[in-house]
Design a protein around this ligand. Structure first.
Ligand code: V47
Length: 392
């Protein structure tokens, strides 16, 4: 779709409008100008043009189910309200939990029966569960629901598995073992902000950007698609966000040029302070959310999709964001434990397909059900995906 001229009122972003129109790559200085401009409508329109030139008015969603298998975690990330320390001997676990494998398989099977094409599985770094728990989990889900796509385990969990496997496995060996058991792709979590200062102040005990990129590099070499995230709105500066985006863009250039798979989407995650050690911070405002989503779309010119994760952004802002560079709404979700704002403190966070489609239509977009690999899923509404669909 042809882009049309945009009239900027801020002279600092006029040259950027011309670059976007000509599909030229934006620089760090351009990103700074976009981050600081007061002409937010022009920023939104530029991001909207970039999303429209790739996807027209289509907005993607999927029928999925998030499963968080444990909140026990050896890490103490300050932004996280999800983790619970593993109880010492004779201590009670309070509100810590770990799901048994048959509970997880049952949840996946229920999701499948209700039309889900994907399970998105992540959890804390559990100090006791063996590596076989994770391979058995994938194998049992695939056995019960062979067509369900398993998108599971952040790069941080993958590094944890290299350490708990006996004998110790490399990243490639862990990924191959998980794929052999049924893993299909990796989600983008755990990236946070690629910056040493932010790392040291907010998630020091977690492995840093080197490990995160190693996992995604190896995954892409092996042909495993993955996603990327950026957790924004806590202690990081605009410049640190821009550096994060540029690092993702460079990695994606390399993956597209020389690896078998690449990032499918970037998911900017809006920080939710409630219950975390950073609860005194306000979190991002609506304008900051929209600005960040728009800059993400404009800077990540080599990422096909930019996703609004509605449990963190809210369904309302995610809807508005469909005209600010976003083309993907994530999915029905159903249960989500890591943040609980939309569930008003509970993990029940669900949008029905009709709700998602209505939100998308009202934003002037065309709702398109996709599978995890962004292939369109065609089905008689309310029925199983049809045989013509690659998701079947
Ligand atoms: O890794 C933790 C972040 C991530 C908070 O790949 C928080 O399609 C906001 O990665 N406020 C998990 N964010 C979620 C995630 C994700 C979600 C949806 C889709 C995809 C995808 C990935 O959430 C964690 C961490 O970066 N997080 N605590 C918080 N208080």
């Amino acid at each position: 779709m042809a882009a049309s001229a945009v009239q900027a009122s801020d002279p600092a972003i006029k040259p950027i409008c011309a670059k976007v129109l000509a599909s030229e790559r934006l620089s760090r200085a351009d990103a700074r100008a976009l981050y600081h401009t007061r002409d937010i409508f022009t920023l939104g329109e530029l991001a909207n043009q970039a999303r429209t030139s790739r996807h027209g008015r289509k907005a993607f969603y999927n029928i999925n189910r998030h499963i968080n298998y444990t909140n026990f975690c050896v890490l103490r990330c300050k932004f996280c309200s999800f983790y619970r320390p593993y109880p010492r001997r004779a201590e009670r676990a309070a509100d810590g939990y770990e799901l048994a494998l048959d509970e997880i398989v049952q949840t996946a099977a229920d999701a499948c029966k209700q039309g889900a094409t994907e399970v998105h599985i992540v959890g804390g770094l559990h100090p006791k569960l063996p590596f076989s728990y994770y391979t058995d989990m994938c194998r049992a889900i695939k056995q019960s629901c062979p067509k369900l796509h398993i998108k599971a385990f952040t790069a941080i969990e993958i590094v944890h598995f290299t350490r708990i496997s006996k004998p110790r496995l490399s990243i490639a060996e862990v990924l191959l073992a998980l794929c052999e058991a049924g893993l299909d792709s990796l989600p983008g979590g755990g990236a946070e902000i690629f910056d040493d200062r932010v790392h040291d102040e907010t998630f020091q005990s977690k492995v840093g950007e080197q490990h995160w990129f190693d996992v995604h590099r190896v995954a892409h070499e092996l042909g495993i698609p993955s996603n990327a995230t950026m957790l924004y709105g806590h202690i990081e500066t605009a410049d640190e966000r821009i550096t994060h985006l540029i690092k993702l863009r460079e990695h994606q250039d390399d993956s597209l040029a020389q690896r078998k798979a690449a990032f499918q989407c970037c998911v900017p995650l809006a920080f939710i302070p409630e219950g975390s050690a950073l609860a005194h911070l306000p979190g991002p405002t609506g304008i900051d959310d929209l600005r960040t989503l728009a800059v993400t779309r404009l800077m990540l010119d080599n990422f096909p999709h930019i996703k609004a994760f509605w449990p963190m952004l809210s369904p309302k802002l995610s809807q508005v964001a469909l005209n600010w560079g976003i083309d993907d709404f994530d999915g029905t979700v159903v249960y989500y434990d890591i943040t609980k704002r939309e569930g008003r403190g509970t993990n029940r966070q669900e949008l029905s397909v009709d709700q998602i489609r209505n939100l998308i239509r009202e934003a002037g977009c065309i709702p398109v059900e996709r599978d995890t690999l962004y292939r369109e899923v065609r089905r008689d509404r309310g029925a199983e995906p049809c045989a013509a669909s690659p998701a079947c």
